[in-house]
Design a protein around this ligand. Structure first.
Ligand SMILES: C[S@@+](CC[C@H](N)C(=O)[O-])C[C@H]1O[C@@H](n2cnc3c(N)ncnc32)[C@H](O)[C@@H]1O
Length: 206
């Protein structure tokens, strides 16, 4: 990937050469489609693996924030086929891959893969799962989290995985300070797991 072709580019410049990888999703070994120009195209990212080990069973509605080719959304759909999973990403190649992967696994009915602006503004979520795009920089990351985390429903949980040396602790403190438009705290944020240099954070909406 060239430096001009980050995984968070809307339309990656790298050749769209699809390939099939074997991955474990929800305890099943499956064949999935990936391509250059998306995040972690060769395997389920280590941070995502750490997050997956700390997630509760999927709630009825789940937001996969920054879905990439789909390891989190696909896991939720296989674990709970009746869930309504909204998966958002700015990278259109990633969204296409997720749609094709959902079809491969017979999970298309559960997953809506969308560009962020295509999700109705009043849609809320009982759960949010994310390996967020830390590399977009702090202002953009804060704007992203400010858009989506306040859409967590009361009693719901958001789980985020962040590399310790990419600012997990300062992000935790920042989330703890945030208020929504009505002046309410986003909720209680705590570290619920730590492995391989990653921290898993859980936000509980009051
Ligand atoms: C660290 S990757 C995680 C991808 C996938 N969830 C996984 O675990 O493999 C973060 C993802 O966030 C996406 N992203 C970047 N900016 C975004 C934004 N403003 N809104 C939604 N997704 C964004 C990137 O394109 C990338 O796919």
């Amino acid at each position: 990937m060239s430096t001009a072709d980050h995984y968070f580019t809307a339309d990656p410049a790298s050749a769209d050469e699809r390939r099939i990888i074997r991955a474990a999703i929800a305890g099943r070994e499956v064949d999935l489609e990936t391509a250059p120009g998306v995040f972690s195209p060769d395997h389920v990212d280590l941070g995502t693996q750490v997050l997956l080990r700390h997630l509760p069973p999927p709630a009825e509605t789940v937001l996969d924030l920054g879905c990439g080719w789909g390891p989190l959304a696909l896991t939720a759909a296989l674990q709970r086929p009746d869930a309504r999973i909204t998966a958002v990403d700015v990278n259109r190649r990633a969204l296409d891959l997720l749609e094709r992967n959902a079809a491969r696994l017979g999970a298309s009915a559960a997953i809506e893969a969308r560009e962020p602006q295509a999700v109705p503004a009043d849609r809320t979520f009982a759960a949010i799962w994310s390996n967020p795009p830390i590399r977009i920089g702090k202002p953009a990351l804060h704007a992203l989290l400010s858009t989506w985390l306040p859409r967590l429903e009361s009693g719901g949980h958001a789980h985020l995985v962040v590399q310790k040396n990419l600012g997990a602790d300062s992000l935790t403190a920042w989330i703890a300070r945030q208020r929504d438009d009505a002046g309410r705290s986003w909720g209680d944020i705590e570290k619920v797991g730590s492995a391989k240099g990653f921290r898993v954070l859980r936000l509980t909406r009051r």
